[in-house]
Unconditional design. Structure first.
Ligand code: AVI
Length: 327
């Protein structure tokens, strides 16, 4: 661990755990070799992809962010009561800061804030936005991969406990086995007295869910197709972006949005000296967004050694916040 102090009014100490860089080309070659073909959704978030995702969160059909923000506001007094004072808030990913702002404002004297994120630029930007607003909260960002256990920096004011914050239903983008692995790591990171506040999108009318992933302005379609633009630029593939279309459908049985890029014609895509054939109409899987019931969520976290200690839903039961503790 090598902490460096940065400037600004509030002390910001970055811990760089030097996460291993992703092997994008290797992952893409592996995914294109599968039947059916698939690409990892974690590669959506280059600079343009992050910008498009931010735009998605403001689309009228994408209820998740709006409803979660309102739920956080409405539940904040109860959350502050359930979480002991002087928490060290540890966020998985760095988000846009809107939710973190509400959480830090509503908790009882949080001592420190630690976003954990692979991109150092995104990490410092998120801390920069919050440092001025919360001069009493030490900013201790960690550059690391949060899917593994992360040794946390120690706040100088000392703290009784850690509160991991994982909003946005980002957990839903992981397949069940990967979600369990992540939750097990979270349990280690937060420690025996820690808590986690996790946002989950709930199973509901498929019409509402499908609309959220097929907004009329086409921002989600552009977000999905940007994956191909990014791969062409970063690993030298030659996807014809205009020959694929975005398709997102809800599987009631699996309780998840399944997003595909569908080839509009027979074509060959080249990468690293290899050629991959697409039939006309062939669908390549690019993202899952799982939705939950109380039962499915409790089963998932139980396998990771966690339990729900408090739950809050919005009045329509569209989105939930769950406070978790080690089982
Ligand atoms: C980040 N994640 C929770 C979003 C979701 O809803 O699955 C990503 C997204 N994909 C399409 N729209 C939004």
């Amino acid at each position: 661990m090598t902490p460096d102090a940065c400037g600004g009014h509030t002390t910001v100490i970055l811990t760089d755990l030097q996460p291993t860089a992703d092997d994008i080309a290797g992952d893409v070659l592996a995914g294109l070799s599968m039947t059916p073909k698939r690409l990892p959704s974690k590669y959506f978030y280059d600079a343009r992809g992050s910008q498009l995702f931010e735009q998605i969160t403001r689309q009228p059909e994408y209820y998740l962010t709006r409803v979660e923000l309102a739920l956080l506001d409405a539940s904040m007094p109860a959350i502050a009561t359930a979480v002991a004072a002087h928490a060290h808030v540890v966020e998985y990913g760095s988000g846009s800061g809107r939710k973190t702002h509400r959480l830090l404002e509503g908790l009882d004297d949080p001592v420190a804030y630690t976003p954990i994120e692979i991109s150092k630029t995104a990490l410092l930007a998120s801390v920069g936005r919050l440092a001025d607003a919360f001069p009493g909260v030490e900013m201790l960002p960690v550059c690391a991969d949060f899917t593994h256990p992360v040794p946390l920096p120690q706040p100088s004011r000392g703290t009784g406990h850690t509160l991991v914050f994982f909003p946005g239903s980002t957990l839903g983008n992981f397949l069940a086995e990967d979600a369990k692995r992540l939750l097990r790591s979270m349990r280690v990171t937060m420690g025996p007295r820690g808590r986690a506040l996790v946002g989950i999108d709930l199973d509901k009318d498929p019409v509402l869910i499908e609309a959220a992933y097929n907004d009329a302005a086409g921002v989600t379609a552009e977000f999905t197709l940007n994956l191909l633009v990014r791969l062409n630029r970063d690993i030298g593939s030659d996807f014809d972006v205009s020959a694929f279309v975005h398709r997102a459908t809800y599987s009631r049985e699996r309780m998840r949005i399944e997003t595909h890029l569908v080839s509009q014609r027979a074509q060959d895509v080249h990468l690293a000296g290899r050629s991959f054939h697409f039939d006309a109409g062939e669908a390549m899987q690019v993202e899952y967004s799982h939705k939950y019931t109380d039962h499915s969520f409790a089963t998932l976290i139980a396998d990771a050694g966690l339990r729900v200690v408090e739950r809050w839903n919005d009045p329509q039961d569209w989105f939930g916040l769950r406070l978790l503790a080690p089982a």
